[in-house]
Structure formats: structure tokens, C-alpha cells
Write a protein that binds this ligand. Structure first.
Ligand code: PLP
Length: 456
């Protein structure tokens, strides 16, 4: 029974679902969605400025994807991988491998980002064992970073708050600093700090013992943990060179940055001389039409594992026909509408508009990102880069003001805000210029409302 004070009784009856609400308030009830807009059951319209948690790349209600979904459902929704191959899985893998290019000829399909992280770690480990390098098992990661909510993924997710709670039930992996560009130690310039961070990676490898290190995983363009962090180009080159020199696999977590969001199918394409050995994708690959994730790697790597007896991994829903057909239709639609090109074009405009906003707003300290994967850092004082005190719960309040004004935002404070606080600005890749203007106008209004109450 819910207590009389429980927020869950507000609409006149208990509900049994539980999530992690940002606060005790009920959210609006979703009714329907179309393109970049969503409506609640009271008829209020919202502009989706972040594609949910950076998912809805092709927008909502795409007729071709819905038709493909119905067509596949009419044929078969589920068939066990152990007993059948399925055409949708083969078509999806072929499309992804073609889009991803050389080095990514093999695709293992799962149901989301965390599962993709788990699969990548297990495949990397099995590959090392198959090659006679069983001493390699440590997966180095960046602090902060995010690779998922399951325990294996949490062990490489650089979040001190998660570590503190779950440490006894997982094996926390070594972390190296993320190359932040706005807040740097002692305010040193971003270039020097990025060099120091690459050096810290090498140092960590040497301290751990290179023969014990399996892989280094990073988000090439940061997600929520770093607020669309993009390091200076030389950082990626250095990281690739260090991994290669020590025989360590480089894994790019492109769960958020992949599938066209940065104006390339893979964000990795921005740094051709730092090509990773493995890539994970999720979110935008099925754009929220179905749960989907995947690991991409080379023909050689998979062959080594297959020759040693096969990949010791899989879930009931791995490669399920319905999700694969939907993912294939989403990516086909992205190609037909040139959404990767649109992400690049609109991304340039978005960067300019956010920069202009930062010049006039007293609380926007930094603008970062690539393509339509952008973030703005919220500060109380732009000269000193001082953040608002945690007690103000600024990000949660801004998200709430957005809801009030019909703008959907998405963020949370990484590690209680110790690295700073930011808002992701990651609209669907179908965004048009008039919609971009509408989004910026709403965002300006929301930030002004917050500044008025916070700086009063
Ligand atoms: C970079 C990154 N990796 C992994 C994940 C985990 O994905 P999922 O929530 O689909 O399990 C996320 C989710 O936000 C992410 O942003």
C-alpha cells in the first residue's frame, strides 16, 4: 500500500511501477509523438531537444519504420538464434558493416548499450585467451565516463558514486582522467591537459603491467558523464599509438555518438588515424523504435574466437528478428533522408547558436560537442567557472522549467556535480532550421527563467 503522502497517489490510486524520479514529482503522461514533438494526455506539446536520452535520431512516428515493423511482425517476431538464422539480422549486420567500413566486418546484435559493453569486454577477453594472452584482463577506462548500468559495465564506468555503493559486488577497473577542456587542473590549457591525460594512460598501463591490460575503453565524443567532451585531435592519435605499442585493444563506446549523430556514421571517422579495434552502438541505431545494441569488430578478431570454440556469450533476445528489422529500417531511412549530412549541417548551426547564447546568458560557461551531440555547461559565475551549489539542484530545476515551457531536456549531475554541470543539446537528426530556431528560443527562455531565480 502507498502511504497517504506518497506522490504516487496523486492521480487517485497507487501505481506499481518504480523508476528513479529526479524528485518526488509525477511526470506528464505521454500520449503520442510525431517528428521532434511529443504530446501529453492533457494535450500539451513539447519539443524534444535531446531525443530522449539521445535516442530518437529519426524522430517519432516514422511511417516507413512502422511499416517495416508490422511487416516483420507479420512474418516472425522471434526465432531462437540456436536454431535459426534470420534474414533481418543478416541485412542489419550487412548495412552496419558497410556504413562502419574497414575493420568492422562483424556485428554481434544485443538489446541495448549496457549489453553491448558487456559483449565487447567478453569478446575482447576471449580473443586474448584464444591468442595465448590469458594474462590480459584489465579494462582501463576514463574518469568520469559512462558505459552502462549492468555490473560489468559499471566496473568500467567512472562514477565514484556508483563505485561507492556497488564496489563489493563488482571488480572495479583502473581509471585514467578524462581530458576535460573547460575545467582543467590549475586551469592549464586544454592541449597540455590532453597530453597529460594521454601520458596518464601510459603511466597507468606501466603501473598495472602492460601484459595484464586487455583494453582501453572511451567515449570518443562524451555523453552525459562529460557533457559532449571532445578532446584535442592529438589525444586520439596518442591513445591509439599507446594501445598499439602495448598490444592493448582500443574500444570506442559509440552508444551515444554513433549512428550518425556527430555528422559521421561513427564518431571514430573524425580521427582516421585513431581507428579503434572495437565499437559499441545502441540508442540511435534503432532510434527508440525497439531495444537494440551491437558490437562491431574485425573479421580476424571474430575468426580467432570462432577457431577457439566460439563466442561464449548471448542473450535470449540477441539478434531477434523484430528488433533487427526495425534497426535496419531505421538506418535505411537515415540514409534515404541523408540524416548524417543533416546532422553535420545542423550541427554547425547548432554550435553557432549555442555559442551566441553563451555570449548573452550569464549562466552558460562552455559549449562543446560535434554535430548534433552538443552540451552547454551551466555555471553560477562565468569568470571563475564556479558551479551552482549542489543544494540548488540546478540541472533538475532546469529540466523542470523546460517541461513547464514545453521543452524536453535531459541531463543529470555526474558524481554529484564534482566535475561541473551541463545540459545535453541533442535534438533528432531530422531537425530543420526553423525547428532549430524554435528550440533555441525555448532554451533561451528556460535558461533566463532559471538565471532569474538562481542569481536573484
Ligand atoms: C556512452 C554510453 N554507453 C553505454 C550506455 C548504456 O546504454 P543502455 O542504457 O542502453 O544500457 C549509455 C547510456 O546512456 C551511454 O551513453
Amino acid at each position: 500500500m502507498t502511504s497517504p503522502q506518497s506522490p504516487f497517489t496523486e492521480r487517485g490510486g497507487p501505481i506499481q511501477v518504480f523508476y528513479t524520479p529526479l524528485d518526488a514529482k509525477r511526470r506528464p503522461m505521454i500520449s503520442h509523438a510525431e517528428g521532434i514533438y511529443m504530446w501529453d494526455t492533457a494535450g500539451k506539446r513539447y519539443l524534444d531537444a535531446t531525443s530522449g536520452p539521445v535516442v530518437s535520431n529519426i524522430g517519432h512516428g516514422n511511417a516507413k519504420v512502422l511499416a517495416a515493423m508490422a511487416e516483420q511482425a507479420g512474418k516472425v517476431c522471434y526465432a531462437s538464434r540456436a536454431l535459426f538464422e534470420n534474414e533481418a539480422n543478416i541485412a542489419l549486420a550487412e548495412r552496419v558493416a558497410t556504413l562502419a567500413g574497414p575493420g568492422f566486418e562483424r556485428v554481434f546484435v544485443v538489446s541495448g548499450g549496457s549489453e553491448a559493453t558487456e559483449a565487447a569486454i567478453k569478446l575482447a577477453r576471449q580473443h586474448a585467451v584464444a591468442k595465448g594472452e590469458a594474462s590480459r584482463w584489465k579494462v582501463l577506462a576514463r574518469n568520469p565516463g559512462y558505459h552502462g548500468a549492468t555490473l560489468g559495465a559499471a566496473a568500467i564506468t567512472g562514477d565514484p558514486e556508483t563505485d561507492a555503493v556497488f564496489e563489493p559486488v563488482m571488480r572495479i577497473m583502473p581509471r585514467v582522467p578524462a581530458p576535460f577542456t573547460y575545467r582543467t587542473p590549475g586551469n592549464i590549457d586544454a592541449d597540455t591537459h590532453a597530453r597529460d591525460c594521454a601520458q596518464a594512460l601510459e603511466q597507468a598501463i606501466l603501473e598495472e603491467g602492460p601484459e595484464s591490460v586487455l583494453a582501453f575503453i572511451l567515449e570518443p565524443v562524451g555523453g552525459l558523464a562529460t557533457g559532449a567532451l571532445v578532446a584535442p585531435d592529438h589525444y586520439y592519435t596518442a591513445v591509439r599509438e599507446i594501445c598499439t605499442r602495448h598490444g592493448i585493444l582500443l574500444i570506442f563506446d559509440e552508444v551515444m555518438s554513433g549512428a550518425g549523430r556527430t555528422g559521421r556514421f561513427l564518431a571514430a571517422e573524425h580521427w582516421p588515424d585513431a581507428r579503434p579495434d572495437m565499437v559499441t552502438l545502441a540508442k540511435g541505431v534503432a532510434a527508440g523504435y525497439t531495444p537494440l545494441g551491437m558490437v562491431l569488430t574485425s573479421r580476424e578478431m571474430v575468426q580467432t574466437v570462432v577457431d577457439a570454440g566460439g563466442f561464449l556469450h548471448g542473450h535470449t533476445y540477441s539478434a531477434n528478428p523484430l528488433s533487427c528489422a526495425v534497426g535496419e529500417a531505421v538506418l535505411r531511412e537515415g540514409m534515404e533522408q541523408d540524416l548524417i549530412g543533416n546532422a553535420e549541417r545542423m550541427g554547425v548551426l547548432l554550435g553557432e547558436r549555442l555559442q551566441a547564447l553563451a555570449e548573452t546568458s550569464p549562466i552558460v560557461g562552455d559549449v562543446r560537442g560535434l554535430g548534433l551531440l552538443r552540451a552547454i555547461e551551466i555555471v553560477a559565475d562565468k569568470t571563475t567557472k564556479t558551479a551552482f551549489p549542489p543544494s540548488r539542484k540546478s540541472i533538475a530545476r532546469i529540466v523542470e522549467l523546460g517541461l513547464e515551457k514545453g521543452l524536453l531536456l535531459y541531463s543529470r549531475s555526474t558524481a554529484g556535480g564534482r566535475y561541473g554541470e551541463w545540459l545535453m543539446i541533442t535534438p533528432p537528426l531530422i531537425l530543420t532550421e526553423p525547428q532549430l530556431d524554435e528550440m533555441i528560443a525555448l532554451l533561451t527562455e528556460v535558461l533566463a527563467a532559471f538565471a532569474a531565480e538562481a542569481l536573484a
